[in-house]
Design a protein around this ligand. Structure first.
Ligand SMILES: [Zn+2]
Length: 692
């Protein structure tokens, strides 16, 4: 071990020597000469102070001119290092003269001299001004190259002031024991404290008390690019619709097992659907209940009204007062809970399986005529409250029809898209009448989604349907996406030939349906196979995607990072979704700072907010995402917020004229927001101490 240390130190000395500039090397030689001329050993206990001091001055003056990276190689320091380990057999010694001089002195004298020299250098601290200048220059360069530099350079006075306020409030909230207060210390943090930027659902009650969250709710967000259609409205809002007179005799529920014991209540999956009222109702609570939905001779559906009446109260978890026992139980299967999300046995795969079960339950509660029509206006109102001015929604369009309220008719895709268009126009007129059209001036557009799990033949018909819808609703259909867990088949490559043909057809028809694939929403990034070369990130690039959903795994591919930047592919980041589906532990572990620092254009998105928001019915889908990135990295600031929002408009499917118009509205809203922050929080912040 001792020999290993010697060998390391010798190599280290050689390295330092080899890193010196010629100028520094000359100084070392000069220093050695000065040391040789010192008083004879034993006549004075002090080293040649004058010689060392004059050398120090030489070093200081000349190192100003030398290359900054090398100026830290201090000949005095090098000499002291050499003093501390001489007489090592086999060690390489670049200062042989100095070493010889050392041989004439005792070890204790050398050690004392070394400490004296160190103490003098610490007192004089001659390198410090230069070091500080270099450090400032380093910081200024990094700031000028930051991904939000453009927004910062254009910032108004109120934006600069608001930015300082937000940072100060954030750092005080981090320390405030009533909000977070879980700080590094020798003492184990109090169990009541929370870790700012820690687990989202654990922190949600504190987040809702936070001034940063209140500021995020007020912030103009621009466009919402990644929002799944069935997952926008929480169950607390959907269940009152499902028991309304419109569907009280036609809304049915199905379970995957008979509900005969606590385990079955806990483990079953449930789905909803609307059927004609004359359909025979099953009994999910009977031991003889047959859940098989594929058997044409079996009906596994139970009328939801009857189910609710028969539901055993003891099986109901706590929940909102406006829901009955059955609704609270069903809700617990649809909303991702703290217990499940952060449980010991929870994994990315188990989270995905639960997530898929939840989305299947939502589907029947949103997918019928009455709610489908009501949903559009409600979603727009919700987005306006969240300060979103435009959205591109992602409905799953594999199932081609939804039922009417009475279950007697089926509404095909054309009728569904017509409903969306009608409701957009209706909402537009409402906003115009209130002189509020600038709050949501462009309506919504639709990204056609289909699962990546379907066979090739089915994908072929999906692409046909997408083109048909685009021709019928040219202003509504704006993109095509493949969705589903990426660690399961199929990868995008599997469909590449069909997707290329689709692209060529769009070109020949002079229509635009850009790809916006879910890609890189995975930790293993192998496209549902064992082969990393099946990563969907390759095919998203080659198929010229306009944006990709998530892109979480992109940093594994430095070459692709550069290519994505060259092709201006935007990443629709969904930090809360990624945490709750176990890609990362919390916002601080999410790679958004690195993706942004790499120069990639990104936006923030809620993905499936009604599953991810716990008990919240507040319209704050995107506000929470902006809050999370603000507390997840101390380098995030108000200019970063603005840049993310501006990219959401620039990378949207609006026309260039609409984007120009949108950015003008946004600039006005942004300035009003910054002034509001100053007016609302400026006085409060002036009472807060400056933090170290
Ligand atoms: Zn998604």
């Amino acid at each position: 071990m001792h020999d290993q240390i010697h060998a390391y130190r010798a190599n280290h000395e050689w390295f330092l020597e080899s890193q010196m500039s010629q100028t520094t090397h000359d100084l070392v030689v000069m220093f050695k000469e000065k040391l040789k001329r010192r008083k004879p050993r034993g006549k004075a206990s002090e080293p040649d102070v004058n010689g060392v001091n004059s050398l120090q001055k030489d070093v200081s003056m000349r190192s100003e001119e030398s290359e900054p990276r090398r100026s830290f190689t201090d000949p005095v320091r090098t000499s002291i290092d050499s003093m501390s380990h001489s007489n090592r057999p086999g060690s390489r010694d670049p200062n042989s003269n100095f070493q010889a001089d050392r041989a004439t002195r005792s070890s204790s004298e050398w050690r004392r001299d070394a400490l004296t020299t160190l103490a003098r250098n610490m007192d004089m601290n001659m390198q410090a001004p230069q070091y500080r200048r270099q450090r400032q220059a380093l910081l200024r360069t990094e700031q000028s190259e930051a991904w939000y530099a453009k927004a910062k350079s254009a910032a108004s006075q109120s934006e600069l002031e608001a930015g300082k306020i937000i940072v100060k409030v954030r750092e005080h909230e981090r320390r405030d024991p009533n909000l977070f207060g879980n700080l590094p210390s020798e003492a184990v943090p109090d169990v009541q404290s929370r870790d700012m930027g820690g687990r989202f659902l654990v922190n949600l009650d504190r987040i809702n008390m936070s001034a940063i969250c209140a500021i995020a709710q007020r912030m103009p967000k621009g466009a919402h690019q990644h929002l799944h259609f069935n997952s926008e409205i929480p169950p607390d809002v959907l269940f009152p619709h499902a028991r309304s007179p419109d569907v009280q005799d036609t809304m049915f529920i199905r379970s995957t097992v008979p509900l005969t014991g606590p385990e079955n209540f806990r483990d079953c999956e449930i789905v909803f659907n609307v059927f004609p009222k004359y359909m025979i109702s099953a009994d999910c609570f009977s031991p003889s209940y047959n859940p098989n939905a594929k058997d044409p001779n079996n009906c596994p559906w139970m009328l939801w009204r009857v189910f609710r009446e028969a539901f055993p109260e003891r099986m109901a978890p706590a929940g909102p007062d406006n829901l009955d026992a059955a609704e609270r139980w069903a809700r617990s299967k649809m909303v991702i809970s703290v217990e499940h999300t952060y449980g010991d046995r929870t994994t990315h795969n188990s989270s995905w399986a639960c997530f898929n079960q939840s989305t299947r339950a939502f589907k029947g509660l949103v997918g019928y005529e009455g709610v489908y029509r009501w949903y559009i206006g409600h979603a727009i109102d919700s987005m306006i409250k969240d300060k979103v001015m435009y959205a591109e929604l992602r409905p799953m369009l594999l199932d081609k029809a939804i039922p009417s309220n009475d279950g007697l008719r089926k509404l095909d895709l054309k009728e569904q898209m017509s409903i969306i268009c009608e409701e957009i126009v209706k909402k537009r007129k409402e906003l115009e009448a209130r002189n509020e059209l600038d709050k949501f001036p462009f309506g919504i557009k639709i990204i056609y989604c289909t699962p990546r799990s379907i066979p090739l033949a089915k994908m072929k018909t999906e692409l046909e349907d997408c083109i048909q819808l685009k021709l019928q609703f040219p202003d509504l259909i704006c993109g095509f996406d493949l969705v589903g867990a990426e660690d399961r088949p199929n990868c995008i490559k599997f469909y590449a030939d069909l997707l290329l043909a689709f692209q060529q057809t769009c070109k020949e028809l002079d229509i635009s349906i850009p790809f916006m694939f879910h890609a890189g929403e995975t930790l293993i990034d192998t496209g549902g196979s064992s082969d990393p070369e099946n990563s969907n990130l390759y095919d998203s690039l080659l198929l010229n995607a306009k944006r990709i959903g998530h892109g979480y795994a992109l940093l594994k591919h430095p070459h692709l990072v550069e290519k994505y930047k060259q092709q201006n592919i935007c990443l629709e980041l969904c930090p809360i979704s990624n945490e709750l589906l176990h890609l990362c532990g919390n916002a601080r572990e999410h790679p958004y700072p690195q993706l942004l620092a790499a120069g990639l254009h990104c936006t923030l998105n809620a993905d499936n907010p009604s599953l991810f928001r716990g008990a919240s019915t507040v319209s704050s889908s995107l506000s929470y995402e902006f809050y999370q990135v603000m507390v997840g990295d101390p380098r995030m600031n108000i200019h970063g917020w603005k840049q993310l929002a501006e990219w959401s408009l620039e990378h949207s499917c609006l026309s260039s004229e609409e984007i120009y118009h949108a950015k003008a509205i946004y600039a006005r809203e942004w300035e009003a927001f910054c002034q509001w922050v100053v007016d609302e929080y400026g006085g409060y912040v002036s009472t807060l101490d400056d933090l170290p």
